[in-house]
Design a protein around this ligand. Sequence first.
Ligand SMILES: Cc1cc2nc3c(=O)[nH]c(=O)nc-3n(C[C@H](O)[C@H](O)[C@H](O)COP(=O)(O)OP(=O)(O)OC[C@H]3O[C@@H](n4cnc5c(N)ncnc54)[C@H](O)[C@@H]3O)c2cc1C
Length: 341
Amino acid sequence: MELYDVTIIGGGPAGLYSAFYSGLRDLKTKIIEHHPQLGGKVNIFLEKMLWDVGGQPPILAETFVKNLIEQAMTFQPTVCLEQKVTMIDKQDDLFVIQTEQGHTHYSKTVIIAIGGGILEPMKLTLEGAEKYEMTNLHYTIKEMERFRNKNVLLSGGGNSAIDWAVELLHVAKHMTVIYRGDDLKAHEAQIKKLQQHGVTIRLQTEIQSLIANEQKTAIDEVLIVSNGMEERLAVDDVLVCHGFNREVSLDVAKGIDIKRNEHQQFESIGQCKTTVDGIYAVGDIVAYADKVYLLVGTFNDAVLAVNSAKTYLQPTANPYAMVSSHNEKFHARNREILATT
Ligand SMILES: Cc1cc2nc3c(=O)[nH]c(=O)nc-3n(C[C@H](O)[C@H](O)[C@H](O)COP(=O)(O)OP(=O)(O)OC[C@H]3O[C@@H](n4cnc5c(N)ncnc54)[C@H](O)[C@@H]3O)c2cc1C
């Protein structure tokens, strides 16, 4: 049984910064993440520019995630991917963390960083649709250039769908937006941009079936249905933005009296402490007055939670880590960095 000081459940921005800070505080740290990759929900908007992260000039979300991961690995935490935590139990003074895949992890403290939970795009339920995910059926945009000069059919009418449509305006050769509702549900200003560019927007319209090319490897045409009328549209790529299924089913064993609100968020009693000693919550899954549900908010939570864990484990420890500008831990690394610049 390998015992950790801090086990972080969730490898999004809050979990990643917690891992860095936990290492800074000399705590033996592990991250458990459900997806095969770290980064959390930023992975669903990798091609967007971020402007609202302090001290950071506009940065591609993909680069931001890479930087976050690099920083999180500074003190070499253990990282367990593709493990979904289902249960937190307590035996004596230790937390026992169970995963759906049958792993058991032991930890002195736990930081819950599961954000909005596990997000999976709502996929087309058409038979055989999944095979085109390898070619030209997309549920998010990972690489904008993929769509350059392409004839794109975008299905969806919410904010995320219309935001992608606006981003594609200057890349795609032609775009058709279809939506099953009577009106698009996105911000008016974004809808206006599409209209000003003459994008074809078809309401009360749905994908009926996908018609493959001769080799049966990619979608060649899409059969859409609009008010009972069928029509075939030739496409290069199909982007489906029908929202996300969200799963926040992390359980705690009987006897662990942890308080969650009606949105399933963990209530903080201060300093990102939950109602259970030794369990902390950070990022989008924690609730307290004045909580900021943005990337910058996750960093603040991480510092609070890790410092809380540190003083829980070592009551005489300093309540804060030594600032990095004066922290001896970085002296050797600083010399290396300065030598190469
Ligand atoms: C479309 C969109 C655009 C956004 N744009 C911005 C922006 O421009 N600026 C900004 O500041 N913020 C933005 N945000 C908000 C920002 O992304 C979130 O505040 C931030 O990602 C929260 O980080 P987190 O680590 O708390 O949660 P998440 O990013 O949700 O990460 C949680 C992680 O936990 C994992 N997980 C969940 N359950 C389990 C489990 N049981 N076991 C193991 N792992 C689990 C998930 O797979 C995920 O990787 C945006 C959000 C969205 C949806």
